[in-house]
Design a protein around this ligand. Structure first.
Ligand SMILES: O=C(O)c1ccccc1NCC(=O)[C@H](O)[C@H](O)COP(=O)(O)O
Length: 220
């Protein structure tokens, strides 16, 4: 089984290259000022441009993803025109109507993050499948969390059992090099996403953990 992987919260070119060379399929770049992984638009644009050039040079197919939280149209316009991501990940409380508007106006493939605590959270995501390219099922963050993602929280992976997917989807939340095989096996996930599980401190990626994570994914 070939499982695809997204490494989220990339903040520098060296880390992007390590992820690309280790077999990542997507790289996530975050715009959310409260996050230790936050990038301004110029930083994000430069990182995505450099990663894209490197990817083409190496002959790989790796997508750059801008991760945004309840973005307004002004931010989206700036991201789409300046950072030029392959995909945009919506990681806030965007409604179905809002996601449809973003799809129609900005014409960039979308990933919608869904916060999961119960089976109902998983099933209620179905209407989004017709307006996005991927869903990303992530753990609902703890009540006192200051971030909507990237907090290392995991949910009960068996909640995904028998999920009747009509769109490609990613499993996220608390994944590590040591639990990703078990997570994929329980959730039957076709793609995985990780951030804090490949860091040595919040916002500080660990190259060795990135390659261990991607090795563990390849071995599934
Ligand atoms: O990672 C962040 O700082 C972040 C901030 C705001 C919105 C989303 C964010 N991360 C989104 C991701 O895709 C993470 O990879 C996902 O939540 C899993 O994180 P982790 O549990 O740390 O692996």
């Amino acid at each position: 089984m070939t499982i695809k992987a997204k490494i989220c919260g990339i903040r520098d070119d060296d880390t992007a290259r390590i992820a690309i060379d280790s077999g990542a399929n997507m790289l996530g770049f975050i715009s959310f000022p409260k996050s230790p992984r936050h990038l301004d638009i110029d930083q994000m644009a430069q990182l995505i441009a450099n990663a894209t050039t490197y990817t083409l040079h190496k002959g790989y197919d790796v997508k750059g993803v801008s991760v945004l939280v309840d973005p307004d149209d002004t931010l989206l316009e700036a991201i789409v025109t300046r950072a030029r991501p392959h995909l945009i990940q919506l990681h806030g409380h965007e409604t179905l109507e809002r996601v449809r508007h973003i799809r129609d106006r900005f014409k960039t493939p979308l990933i919608k993050a869904i916060s999961v605590e119960t089976r109902a959270d998983v099933l209620n995501a179905a209407p989004y499948e017709s307006v996005v390219d991927h869903l990303l099922f992530d753990a609902k963050p703890p009540k006192d969390a200051t971030l909507p993602g990237g907090v290392g929280a995991r949910f009960d992976w068996t909640l995904m059992e028998g999920y009747p997917a009509k769109a490609p989807w990613l499993l996220a939340g608390g994944l590590t090099p040591w639990n990703v095989a078990e997570a994929v096996s329980q959730a039957k996930a076709p793609m995985v996403d990780v951030s804090s599980g490949v860091e040595r401190a919040p916002g500080l990626k660990d190259p060795s953990l990135i390659s261990q994570f991607l090795k563990a994914v390849k071995a599934i």
